[in-house]
Design a binder for this molecule. Structure first.
Ligand SMILES: [Zn+2]
Length: 287
């Protein structure tokens, strides 16, 4: 009995030790890069035909396939555009990221007609928001498919994942993508005082202004010169800005520890050095 219990205790200790030392940040042996598959599902709603042809012609999904192909995945991940019967959404579920044509249309509809006073071109507003949304869903996909533990809200973690990825591109692209993505929150951050129903704070996503500030804070924390005007122009309050370098450091540390081992470094380097954005037709007012 005593021998048996000693064996059991030893086994239990080993199991506990293993679970403590296995943060699951090791790449799965048979995981491979370039496992993103793409599909433009033909729309059933004729109103979506134009946007369907546009994203297909611009090879939008193929670009994302290449960018996120740097992650070594244990199985294929499908990225698709699809009609959603009137619902404007994007989501991740069981190895599949779906972006509705309704959502793409909405992004297009909301774009500014001309370069904004903050220097955001209509094209950058569309691309920035679209890229951020896809990268957010990719974040959910990576957490799930790579068994990445998430401490805290997974919606905030997916936002951090998306922002961190954007900030790894060259300065010009990072700046344009962050500006475009931040612009999508403009309706939520125009008034210095907001009144919302209490239930708005119960959503799994943080309230839009919080997501806006989190994004700007990480950007400023990553590069206080490139994003200096985020503070000087009053988009990000100075009190928050003082903590942003630390906040960015925490996200960078988590990303490197948890997702770094799943990245094909050579592909990732190539992806980050490539130019993904179209030539700017209008130069930003402040740069
Ligand atoms: Zn989400």
């Amino acid at each position: 009995m005593q021998v048996l219990s000693r064996v059991l205790i030893a086994t239990a200790v080993t199991v506990i030790a293993m679970s403590l030392t296995a943060p699951m940040a090791f790449a799965t042996p048979d995981a491979q890069p370039n496992r993103i598959r793409v599909e433009y599902v033909p729309p059933t709603n004729p109103e979506h035909q134009k946007i369907y042809e546009m994203v297909k012609e611009r090879r939008t999904l193929e670009k994302l396939q290449e960018i996120f192909g740097a992650f070594r995945l244990p199985s294929d991940l499908l990225l698709r555009t699809v009609g959603c019967d009137g619902v404007s959404n994007a989501w991740y579920q069981r190895g599949r990221v779906s972006v509705c044509y309704e959502y793409l249309s909405e992004i297009q509809r909301m774009m500014p007609h001309e370069t904004t006073p903050a220097g955001i071109t209509p094209a950058d507003a569309v691309i920035g928001q679209f890229f951020f949304v896809v990268a957010h869903e990719m974040g959910h996909a990576m957490f799930d498919m790579l068994d990445v533990p998430v401490l805290g809200g997974s919606e905030d973690a997916a936002d951090h994942f998306a922002t961190y990825i954007i900030l790894q591109f060259g300065k010009d692209q990072a700046r344009r993508l962050i500006a475009g993505a931040a612009h999508s929150y403009k309706d939520f951050v125009q008034n210095p005082k907001v009144t919302v129903p209490l239930a708005a704070f119960s959503n799994t996503h943080s309230p839009p202004p919080v997501r806006f500030y989190n994004m700007l804070c990480l950007a400023y924390g990553a590069d206080r010169v490139l994003f200096a005007d985020v503070v000087t122009n009053g988009y990000l309050p100075a009190e928050r800005a003082s903590a942003c370098r630390k906040e960015y450091g925490e996200v960078a540390f988590a990303f490197k520890a948890l997702l770094g081992p799943h990245l094909d470094k050579a592909i990732a380097r190539q992806v980050m050095q490539s130019n993904w954005l179209p030539e700017e037709t209008t130069k930003p007012a402040q740069h």
